[in-house]
Design a protein around this ligand. Structure first.
Ligand SMILES: Nc1ncnc2c1ncn2[C@@H]1O[C@@H]2COP(=O)(O)O[C@H]2[C@H]1O
Length: 447
């Protein structure tokens, strides 16, 4: 049976750690490594449950005896366990390391099926796991992150948060995302919302993709942490260069975005803004002004980072390092990169696997995260070699032509893919560079 993306990720992280440390005693190293991973995951869940309980939210129910039996048979590989048999059991109640993954999966389902949320949204988000992820080395708290990601299609089989640290970039983090820090945190502005407010929030926030990715419990935490703000037309809500304090969702009205006093964008009800400074601990990149009277919902920095950054924005953080390291994308702004990251997906290829076939219709643009690929053309053989941080697939999309060459993975390869519409919409600022480099115009370099 092929590995799931989640298993691939875990395996890949492990492999990278082995390569990085080159241990003389591999078994001892591996035992330490996986113990540490297990500890991290359990600690995070304990803290999350403790916090949720302090707010009257039950994340993981206690198993009944009969449920324990179901769980035991399930963790022993029992098949035919229908949905109604799923055990909603605290994943750290069982200290048998062999049952960990079973527990994670079950708990994840519990989380997504929880009926305790406010019932405003229909997201199928599994706590802290969507899109791709980046996990800090558990063996070295000061090490850089090793990036990774998984395909969208598999979200339903995602275990609970193996990596709450996902996306953390040690160089930019203001607040630590160590799971055990969760203990000290309570949202700065926590108030149960009235029925009337909930109805309005269902409309405005329900339209915002960031919130649809949260499970019911996290949605409830976020909703109750939101502060309502009415602003008059002309009010400066955010000033370029300032430090980030709040993230905003627009319930009513329109806001204008200005960079260096030039209008660059406008948005209305259901949209959000102010996330970049909070994500990257960087100054505000734009000034935001109310173009009409507005009703906004503001979420404080810490709650944003604790909840949304671990889920809705994980994909951005995970792709940010890759996008920053790709030479042709150097001209993109933080905002352009964030939008591009939202549109990317991840694919893995094994050595010898064809990624793009000459003559096919072009659907995607590819960025190589790691691996080596070979470009070949009928009648000419191999015409180019590609390596990590190179790109391909642009010619068909730029010129509306069939694929001009075949690209084959030479080693295990991980690519970020961008669909045709995203390519046209998001790569505007680099199209000229892509055209200049177009191999059908000037011949592809053989590296
Ligand atoms: N074209 C744009 N360039 C930069 N920021 C933008 C743009 N459009 C919307 N924004 C938002 O404006 C916000 C200003 O504060 P932040 O830098 O925190 O996050 C920024 C984005 O959310």
């Amino acid at each position: 049976m092929p590995l799931s993306d989640e298993q691939k990720l875990e395996y890949e992280l492990y492999q990278k750690e082995v390569e990085r440390h080159d241990p003389s005693d591999l078994l001892q190293f591996s035992a330490n490594y996986f113990n540490k991973r297990l500890e991290q995951q359990r600690q995070f869940m304990k803290n999350q449950e403790a916090f949720a309980m302090s707010k009257g939210i039950t994340l993981f129910g206690k198993p009944s005896r009969s449920e324990s039996v179901v769980a035991a048979s399930s963790s022993l590989g029992g098949k035919g366990c229908g949905e109604k048999d799923v055990l909603f059991k605290s994943p750290f109640a069982d200290q048998d390391p062999h049952s960990t993954h079973e527990n994670e999966n079950l708990s994840s389902e519990r989380s997504s099926q929880s009926g305790s949320g406010v019932g405003l949204f229909k997201g199928d988000f599994k706590v802290g796991m969507e899109g791709s992820k980046r996990v800090k080395s558990p063996l070295d708290p000061h090490s850089g992150n090793s990036g990774d990601s998984r395909r969208r299609g598999n979200v339903n089989h995602q275990p609970l948060p193996l990596n709450f640290n996902a996306g953390r970039r040690t160089s930019v983090s203001g607040e630590t995302f160590q799971p055990n820090n969760f203990d000290d945190w309570t949202p700065s502005h926590y108030s149960e919302k009235s029925e009337e407010q909930l109805k309005r929030l269902a409309k405005s926030i329900g339209r915002n993709f960031l919130f649809n990715k949260l499970d019911d419990d996290n949605k409830r935490l976020v909703i109750n942490s939101l502060e309502e703000k009415s602003v008059k037309k002309g009010t400066e809500i955010i000033k370029q260069g300032d430090e980030g304090d709040y993230f905003y969702v627009v319930e009513e009205g329109t806001v204008n975005y200005l960079v260096d006093n030039k209008l660059v964008n406008s948005s209305g009800a259901g949209t959000s803004f102010g996330e970049l400074a909070l994500m990257y601990n960087s100054p505000r990149v734009a000034t935001v002004v109310a173009a009409t009277d507005c009703i906004l919902w503001a979420l404080d920095r810490i709650t944003f980072r604790k909840i949304l950054l671990g889920s809705s924005f994980k994909k951005r953080l995970m792709y940010d390092e890759l996008l920053k390291s790709i030479p042709i994308l150097q001209s993109l702004t933080t905002y352009d990169r964030a939008k591009l990251a939202d549109a990317l997906d991840t694919e893995f290829y094994e050595p010898g696997q064809v990624i793009v076939h000459e003559g096919d219709v072009g659907e995607n643009f590819y960025l190589i995260e790691y691996g080596e690929c070979e470009v070949s053309k009928k009648g000419q053989g191999v015409v180019a070699q590609l390596k990590s941080h190179d790109y391909f697939g642009e010619v068909a999309l730029l010129n509306d032509l069939p694929r001009q060459a075949t690209v084959t993975a030479k080693t295990k390869t991980k690519v970020a893919t961008l669909g045709k519409s995203g390519f046209q919409r998001l790569l505007g600022p680099v199209v000229d560079v892509l055209k200049l480099n177009d191999p059908t115009r000037k011949g592809h370099d053989t590296k």
